[in-house]
Design a protein around this ligand. Structure first.
Ligand code: G3P
Ligand code: CA
Length: 227
């Protein structure tokens, strides 16, 4: 079972920061999951639409300029990083799972990746683009059919894997609360990997491994190695 550091090594370091991502790399996580929004045409790595929970600022992200956002403390003196900085840091050392959060992120990502592939040597096969918004995934696919897509689900759809197969996704990303063996088998029969979020204890990780789950999103990638 692969280990994806969820928002970096976010159990021990401030989530979605370069520090948390660096620690996930040191922990030899197979993958690193981050969340991105678009601010002034730049993709920034932050989970919420409101900066209050994860920084020393307050207010909605869309009321900030990029410069104002980068002046905030995202924990331990860390900045809210740009996706460009993360691509530079990860440098193809792990599978980078970029979760698109805002409706305007898809087009910006396509343009940014083109530049990153040329200037940073970013390898497309080291990327996994996911979203709860499957329209965004479709947009990505229209421009970049070569990229791996992960269809996120937050609830239990009647035929949860069908939409992912139709999309030609690489994986389905499910909440640990509703996964079962039949769902894993169904996804596997459709050629989809099953990744489960967010798993932060050995007991749940072991149960999921027995179900045949392919990977977990975990806030403690270093500890997860020993589970
Ligand atoms: O990508 C898995 C998981 O991160 C999705 O939920 O809310 O943590 O972004 P959330
Ligand atoms: Ca996420």
């Amino acid at each position: 079972m692969q280990i994806f550091a969820h928002r970096g090594a976010s159990g021990s370091y401030p989530e979605n920061t370069l520090l948390a991502i660096e620690q996930a790399l040191l922990a030899k996580a197979d993958g690193i999951e981050i969340d991105v929004f678009c601010v002034e045409n730049e993709l920034v790595v932050i989970h919420d639409e409101d900066v209050s929970r994860t920084t020393n600022g307050t207010g909605l992200l869309h009321n900030f300029t990029l410069q104002q956002l980068q002046q905030l403390d995202a924990g331990s003196g860390q900045q809210v990083p740009t996706l460009w900085q993360v691509l530079q840091l990860v440098n193809n050392q792990a599978l980078l799972n970029i979760e698109l959060k805002g409706a305007d992120t898809a087009e910006t990502l396509v343009a940014l990746l083109k530049k990153a592939e040329t200037e940073l040597g970013t390898k497309p096969d080291k990327l996994l683009i996911s979203s709860f918004n499957h329209h965004l995934l479709k947009q990505i696919q229209n421009h970049r059919p070569d990229l791996k897509l992960g269809a996120l689900t937050a609830s239990l759809p009647l035929d949860y894997a069908a939409f992912a197969s139709e999309l030609g996704a690489w994986s389905v990303h499910c909440d640990k609360g509703f996964i079962n063996q039949q769902m894993v088998q169904d996804a596997h029969q459709r050629g989809l990997k099953v990744l489960v979020y967010t798993v932060n204890d050995a007991c749940t990780a072991k149960k999921l491994q027995q179900l045949g789950v392919d990977g977990i999103f975990c806030n403690y990638p270093l500890q997860a190695r020993n589970w």
